[in-house]
Design a protein around this ligand. Structure first.
Ligand code: SAH
Ligand code: SF4
Ligand code: F3S
Length: 461
């Protein structure tokens, strides 16, 4: 990391924005955990360069949009928000705007942003955070806007980027970047490049440090954590990495996402079952319950293989909670094929489902497939699925009532000072009633589940 730029930036801030007690950055993040992890690095760099942070964009000196391209909706939200900056810029002509992330990693989109929003000062892709200090310095000192997004996914992982974490109880730790799977609907491999794994010793050091500093939950991140280790000189796979992390002493939970079902091995499940710290939770995106659609999606597993691994998990880790992602209305999906997804959902009993209506991503193979199902029909299918899942969750959660659970208390309920927000090992949201005296924040507590709704458990200490 080009750290000399931190002091260079600090020195030019008064010239650029006038003398102020604090220079403020407003950072807006779209998209997945990976992007939020990148934002923590961007904020680390900004902090080291003399910026403080605000959630009020109208008083900011610097605005950063970290964008997501996964669905059109995410792109539209960003376009709407960046449009508003024009008004802010009219009031404050010194305002500096940066657009980074998955949208601007695509060359034509970076050009589009530059052309459509000429007031944007710096445009860069996901891979360029490692030279963000230098690029920011250039943007702050030049009149012209700076655009940096050549599509040469450098296979280099920068280890010494400062991080400003958004939370002091739960921390995300990226273990790998990029994706090699090329699911036919997905833009991620094009914007995040090929898979690159961090060296295990760097990951272990980071996790040790977090636990020493009181973090209670570590979320290991990657688009497909199960293929961790490919390309490293040391021969290591994800199960081995988990075993090494699990040896770190302390009271903490480890979670990870995302697991591609094609790469979940019995060894991984056994490792989870035998560990002290890995929470009994697995996010296992199925996308569709129909084999023809799974083939067209290039997911490389069948429904039967998926069910087999789910059965094995349920036997080895009876307390496990599973969640999944579903795409509704993939090109050519018939109603009968959709019903296969419904029957799978009923069978697996997920605690949580993220469902998405298929969104065409230019440049992906699925964008060329014929898509004859009207949007209204897709929306209807999604509503049906969501309604069904509400009943499944309610039924599942009602079985918790009367049991004792270990939860991690992670927040206060803003609307009631006697209520804490917590999660079970299975990642189920739990509202914990206490008499308001104990400070439970950041602690593991044993609670009794006394009630449930469709979305959370209600408990008392
Ligand atoms: N690497 C992860 C997911 C990353 S994207 C995995 O393989 O599971 C998160 C979710 O967004 C995906 O699981 C998928 O359900 C959804 N998604 C991806 N591309 C999409 C598209 N073009 N339209 C709708 N949903 C999409
Ligand atoms: Fe996209 Fe598939 Fe890679 Fe997940 S595994 S990021 S869905 S290409
Ligand atoms: Fe979006 Fe990029 Fe994540 S496209 S979902 S922010 S990897």
């Amino acid at each position: 990391m080009s750290k000399e730029y931190f002091s260079l930036i600090k020195r030019i801030l008064p010239k650029k924005f006038g003398k102020k007690e604090q220079y403020l950055a407003f950072v807006k993040t779209y998209g997945c955990q990976q992007n939020f992890a990148d934002t923590e690095k961007i904020c680390g760099i900004l902090h080291a360069s003399g910026f403080g942070f605000t959630e009020d964009e109208t008083i900011a000196d610097l605005i950063v949009f970290n964008t997501c391209a996964i669905r059109k909706h995410a792109e539209d939200r960003f376009i709407g928000n960046v449009g508003n900056v024009k008004k802010l810029k009219e009031r404050n002509k010194n305002l500096v705007t940066v657009v980074c992330g998955c949208i601007t990693q695509q060359e034509e989109f970076a050009k589009y942003v530059k052309k459509t929003f000429p007031f944007v000062n710096l445009v860069l892709g996901t891979d360029y955070i490692k030279i963000f200090p230098e690029l920011l310095y250039r943007a702050l000192t030049s009149r012209a806007s700076v655009c940096f997004n050549e599509l040469d996914n450098l296979p280099v992982i920068q280890e010494d980027v400062p991080t400003k974490r958004a939370n002091n109880i739960k921390a995300s730790v990226p273990i790998m970047y990029g994706c090699d799977n090329f699911c036919s609907y997905c833009i991620v491999p094009y914007v995040r490049g090929r898979e690159r794994s961090r060296k295990p010793e760097n990951i272990i050091l980071e996790v040790e440090d977090l636990i020493k500093n009181g973090y209670k939950e570590i979320l290991l991140l990657g688009q497909n954590v199960n293929s961790y280790g490919k390309g490293l000189t040391e021969i290591i796979d994800f199960s081995e990495l988990l075993r090494r992390i699990d040896e770190i002493p302390g009271e903490y939970w480890v979670r990870f996402m995302t697991s591609h079902p094609k790469d979940v091995t019995k060894e991984l499940v056994d490792t989870m079952a035998d560990s002290k710290h890995i929470a009994p939770y697995l996010h296992l995106p199925i996308q569709s319950g129909n084999n023809r659609i799974l083939r067209k999606m290039n997911r490389k597993y069948t429904r039967e293989q998926y069910e087999e691994i789910v059965n094995y998990i349920r036997i080895k880790i009876p307390k496990v909670c599973l969640s999944t992602d579903i795409i509704v209305g993939f090109p050519g999906e018939t109603y009968e094929e959709f019903l296969d997804t419904i029957s799978l959902i009923k069978k697996v009993e997920y605690s949580l489902i993220y469902s998405f209506i298929y969104s065409k991503r230019p440049g992906t193979p699925a964008a060329k497939m014929e898509d004859s199902v009207p949007y209204e029909e897709k929306a209807k299918r999604q509503s049906y699925l969501i309604e069904l899942q509400k009943h499944i969750t309610e039924d599942l959660f009602s079985r918790y009532v009367g049991t004792y659970q270990k939860v991690l208390v992670e927040d206060l309920d803003k609307s009631n000072e006697n209520v804490f927000i917590a999660r079970t090992g299975g990642n189920v949201l739990t509202k914990v009633y206490s008499n308001g005296k104990d400070d439970l924040l950041g602690k593991f507590v044993n609670v009794k589940i006394i009630d449930n709704t469709r979305t959370y458990l209600v408990a008392e200490v």
